[in-house]
Ligand binder design. Sequence first.
Ligand code: NAD
Length: 401
Amino acid sequence: MAERTGLGQEEISWLDGGLRIEQANKMVENVIGTFQIPLGIATNFLIDGRDVLVPMATEEPSVIAAASNGARMARGCGGFSTSSTGPLMRGQIQATGVEDPFGAKQEILMHKRELIKSANEVDPMLVKLGGGVNDVEVHIIESRLGPMVVIHLIVDCRDAMGANAVNTMAEALAPRIEELTCGKVYLRIISNLADKRLARAKATFKSEDIGGHEVMDGIIQAAALAEVDSYRAATHNKGIMNGVTAVVLATGNDTRAVEAGAHAYAAVGGRYKSLTSYEKNRNGDLVGTIELPIAIGLVGGATRVHPVAKANVKILGVKSADELGRIIASVGLAQNFAALRALVSEGIQRGHMSLHSRNIAMQAGASCDLVDIIAARMAAERRISVDRAIELMKELEKEEN
Ligand code: NAD
């Protein structure tokens, strides 16, 4: 991996719990330690013609294996192709108690250029990099307390996730918004429904690469249910987020922001639905697509502070937040495809539990050298439980004595 990515000795040493307590103490409050979870590399990802090694931070067994497996099956038709809308975020300013909401809306739109200029003065660095506020929208929202005038700042955040940047701008404009609307401003904050920061990915799978026509038909049936049934869609999307969150976390980004955005986007039509779709193309191949908001950055937050995140960004070889977002969308699609494929064929438990059996063995208190032996025996017997692990542990100890 070092050869492929140019990772130096120091960066490699960071991978093993590189966050020092002094650094952690500067990141959050009341620090008593650091919390580690496993970091693995998903392989086989061919994205827009480039082979990408994908670092994933997750505590869940089989996630990294499944993503790698899904990515391998996509390679037959050229891997993943991606697109995006660009790094635009929305900041909301809530004006309440406005007597004439439509008049206030016009007032704000008439002063749009002045408002954009004032907001951009707050973040000259972002503007210098080609970002900043580029539009203002006014939404009149009917609430149980009467109409509210909600101003949206549309901010190009370039390589930042943008929450701090956008929040600072929204706060700076609030007094002027009060003047223009004759209302009282309360909320001034980013919206995590980043519907102007969408990442998309597409992959095509040949039936012979994925286990035949029946598997393909099963995936299409499963996807059709997730489009219309929220109970299924929640689990379908959870599978997508297994991949998405693991990469978001590995790169030091805000997992909650991306998760809130994804789930809100899934419900944007009024009913919660799946973030991917599957269909057959003219050649009879399976086409999987994904579209979701990915608000992440390469600067800001923990991305440039956490040493492991810095090493992971280098492993990914990304040059922009936009590129990282498109990789994350591809991982979400690979993860979802692999889960659906397993679900409609052998079921996920066989693969999942044989990997999970190691966790069960550890839960039972097996020492490191016995974990793999006990896990393999339980998987072979298809009896994966803490009780069985304890029995096997005793048997092995007896054999040793
Ligand atoms: P930030 O303020 O640390 O960094 C962004 C700033 O970096 C920009 O304003 C710009 O001045 C500068 N910059 C330098 N190089 C840049 C480049 N190439 N592209 C863009 N900007 C560049 O961080 P942020 O991204 O504004 O905020 C992210 C943090 O905000 C995360 O830690 C997140 O957890 C947190 N946060 C999130 C929410 C939410 O999602 N609702 C709310 C509050 C805070």
